[in-house]
Write a protein that binds this ligand. Structure first.
Ligand code: GLV
Ligand code: MN
Ligand code: MN
Length: 411
């Protein structure tokens, strides 16, 4: 370990920044916030964080997908040890998801600046555009483009759930930047994040050394039937797309239970048209999110869902079209970084568990280009993607201190 082992982050400063950022898009009466990607709220959040980066004298760049990276010079030049995450949220987001990884990165840098320490290599903290994918699918979009796995042209053409085009929205909020893409390959990448699940809390463990991220499959389904009068149309003569949507939602749940943990399956969005009490719907549009750590099981789940959709649609006499919104294979993080996270936590007297991530993260994209790992801290009641999301200050502090020392060691 480095000779700066005793160095600690300032938890009050970190909490103050988390609170200030959470005021932007705050959901009244809760701790949560709504900053969907590339909205006015996202812009205001970005401006705040970029201001903090400039206050810390970081060299700030913005690329053509709106990813923002701030670099602190090291004793020698070269690829930085990078950390970061995202500051966009789902519409009903908490204040920690993503934001913690970014603001803890700033805290790491401010701690070093205050202590007068220049790291051997440069350190970078970044926030990636549209990690949530809730407005512009797929999720982890900014980091996907950063590593060159999707072209910036394709990304610019993506349409949001509210009908806006990504490139135009980036320009509108002033975050269509000049930095080259794919982005510079870091020496290593590490992301601090709240677990967003119940495991650490249930087991009384403070730090998760994340071993990888499960595979993610997102599909949008559009079912078209025949709209008709709810009072006069006999049940046997209906072509009701809503029924197929609800049957599929039930099937996805039953399938996940049949395949067993860690298989999960969610129908999170269903839109019926015209969505009226006395009208058999004309169409149903809905989404399917299925995830598993084993790609073979995930492929099997995808096959079974598709088979069910076709059969249920045929039985109802409706037509069905599917569109893949995201498909990412499971990711395994670099053993050396996972070991370093675990060893760093232990050296600080913290309990640690090696565990996979159920949620998607920017780190899974960075893992394609450099040694990568993640640090998890517990989520109270395992709640996330909910304004009630909470992590105790002592756990935030522990996680940020692990991030600090992992970054120093990597540097
Ligand atoms: C992204 O955060 C996801 O896991 O849905
Ligand atoms: Mn996140
Ligand atoms: Mn999230």
């Amino acid at each position: 370990m480095t000779d700066s082992l005793g160095l600690r982050i300032d938890i009050d400063r970190l909490i103050d920044r988390l609170a200030a950022l959470a005021e932007i898009g705050a959901i009244e009466g809760t701790e949560g916030c709504a900053r969907l990607a590339l909205t006015d709220e996202d812009k205001a959040g970005r401006d705040l964080v970029v201001g903090w980066m400039r206050d810390l004298d970081l060299d700030v760049t913005v690329d053509a997908i709106g990813n923002v990276v701030g670099v602190m010079a090291g004793a020698v030049d070269g690829p930085p040890v990078m950390c970061g995450s995202h500051i966009d949220t789902v519409r009903t987001g908490g204040r920690y998801d993503g934001n913690l990884g970014v603001l803890a990165g700033l805290e790491v840098i401010e701690t070093l600046r205050t202590a007068g320490i220049t790291p051997p290599r440069p350190l970078a903290v970044g926030f990636f555009t549209d990690e949530e994918g809730a407005r512009f699918p797929p999720d982890m979009l900014g980091s996907l483009v950063y590593v060159g796995a999707m072209s910036v042209e394709e990304a610019h053409g993506i349409e949001s759930i509210d009908g806006e085009i990504l490139g135009a929205e980036l320009e509108r909020i002033g975050y269509l930047g000049p930095a080259p893409l794919p982005g510079g390959v870091p020496h290593a990448f590490v992301e601090l994040h709240v677990e967003q699940g119940p495991v650490l809390e249930a087991e009384g463990i403070t730090i998760g050394a994340v071993t990888g991220v499960q595979g993610i499959s997102w599909t949008e389904v559009e079912v078209t039937g025949e709209s008709n009068h709810a009072g006069t149309t006999p049940m046997t003569l209906r072509k009701d797309p809503g029924v197929v949507a609800f049957q599929t939602a039930t099937f996805v749940r039953e399938l996940a239970l049949e395949l067993g943990a860690p298989q999960v399956g969610t129908v999170g969005r269903i839109e019926l048209h015209p969505n009226l009490i006395n009208v058999v719907p004309a169409s149903a549009t809905f989404t399917i999110d299925i995830r598993h750590t084993d790609n073979d099981v995930l492929l099997e789940a995808e096959r079974r869902v598709d088979e069910f959709l076709r059969a249920a649609s045929a039985a109802e006499g409706v037509t069905v079209e599917t569109r893949s919104l995201a498909r990412f294979d499971p990711v395994v993080f670099d053993d050396r970084v996972v070991d370093l996270v675990a060893a760093t936590a232990e050296a600080q007297g913290l309990s640690v568990k090696r565990m996979p991530s159920g949620a998607g993260h920017d780190a899974q994209m960075l893992a394609r280009v450099c040694p990568t790992g993640m640090v998890f801290v517990p989520s109270v009641d395992g709640i996330s993607h909910n304004p009630a999301e909470h992590t105790e200050p002592a756990d935030l502090e522990a996680g940020a201190n692990v991030l600090l020392h992992v970054m120093l060691e990597l540097a």
